[in-house]
Write a protein that binds this ligand. Structure first.
Ligand code: PMP
Length: 328
């Protein structure tokens, strides 16, 4: 019989898929590392597993313990599915701007969700930062992974994601492109790849975020960009950071679904825009690998919704289609 003992064993070893349509006119090979094949549907399953394992080894998380994290999305799903088999309780704290659908996904995995007001300062006791700190203090046996400062986050990519890519490309990778959120992916996988050979590491960042020189001004693409410099981001790894607009990110996200059969999230579209920019400057022997962090089902009412796209003025140039008027 061939089977996995449990879903946690399905984490990692995600496939590389060549992009064929959006790369027309480009001579370099562009390969997407498709992270929605992880059991929780995103790259964050990898760090969830490693952060929990490390906390267990360090004695920070003991049988019957509780995982408390301010998260509304992918990291919560990863932590929830890793926690189940080990009988940990999960309490996730999220701001009230997070859609009910996202909260319900976390509840479906058995987590408790505490919702906090968005319109208060981070130091306000009602803010989701303050509430998660308080719950960590008050709940006996509570542990907060803190993906923004936890070294297990970049290390999981150094030990798994990077080596997978190197092996899958037979060491022929010349460029690695990934969006930067906590910076764990680019710092960990990027460092591993740089140590193997002369691989150029390119970060993709939303316009307005600090990584590409912005001031933290708001943007709509989710999961990437920051208004502060997290400890998990190693500033020595990126050779280049490409800044991408919301509009370009979302239009590429829609093209990936329609032209490549890849229904992925907005940060994937963003990373592919940056990867194509790099690939256009590369030659026929170059191999550009771009990491796609999650799937697109969580974005159906936004990026894949014509009305939402039109409201923000993102629809006008989608493949030149006359969808704007009818969406309005
Ligand atoms: N895209 C999405 C959808 C994410 O959730 C994240 C993680 N915040 C990223 C990209 C960026 O990954 P990292 O945190 O490793 O920089």
């Amino acid at each position: 019989m061939r089977y996995y003992d449990n879903v946690v064993d399905l984490i990692g070893d995600t496939p590389l898929v060549r992009l064929n349509q959006v790369t027309r006119g480009i001579s370099a090979t562009v390969l997407a590392k498709v992270e929605y094949f992880n059991p929780g549907g995103s790259v964050k399953d990898r760090i969830a597993l490693r952060m929990v394992q490390d906390a267990e080894e360090a004695g920070l998380l003991k049988p019957g313990g509780t995982i408390v994290e301010p998260t509304s999305g992918n990291t919560g799903v990863g932590l929830a599915l890793v926690a189940q088999l080990r009988d940990y309780r999960c309490v996730f704290v999220c701001p009230d701007k997070v859609s009910e659908d996202k909260q319900n996904v976390l509840r479906a995995y058995g987590a408790e969700v505490v919702v906090c007001p968005t319109a208060v300062a981070p130091e306000d006791p009602r803010s989701y930062y303050s509430v998660s700190d308080r719950l960590t203090r008050e709940i006996p046996g509570a542990w907060k992974p803190d993906q923004y400062s936890n070294p297990a986050n970049p290390r999981s990519h150094y030990e798994e994601t990077g080596p997978e890519i190197w092996k899958q490309t037979d060491g022929r990778i010349t460029h690695f492109v990934a969006g930067v959120g906590t910076g764990g992916t680019i710092s960990g996988a990027g460092r591993y790849l740089k140590e193997q050979g002369s691989v150029r590491i390119i970060g993709a960042d939303p316009e307005g975020s600090v990584y590409s020189g912005g001031s933290g001004r708001p943007y709509l693409v989710e999961g990437v960009g920051e208004d502060f410099w997290p400890q998990t981001y190693d500033r020595t790894i990126c050779d280049e950071v490409v800044e991408v607009s919301d509009s370009d990110s979302f239009q590429m996200t829609r093209r990936l679904a329609r032209e490549e059969g890849l229904l992925v999230g907005g940060s994937c579209g963003m990373a592919v825009v940056a990867a194509l920019d790099v690939a256009r400057r590369a030659g026929p022997d170059d191999v550009v690998v771009v990491l796609l962090p999650d799937g697109g089902r969580g974005y159906l009412s936004k990026i894949f919704n014509d009305g939402w796209m039109a409201r923000y003025g993102f629809l006008s140039s989608v493949d030149g289609e006359p969808t704007v008027a009818h969406a309005l």
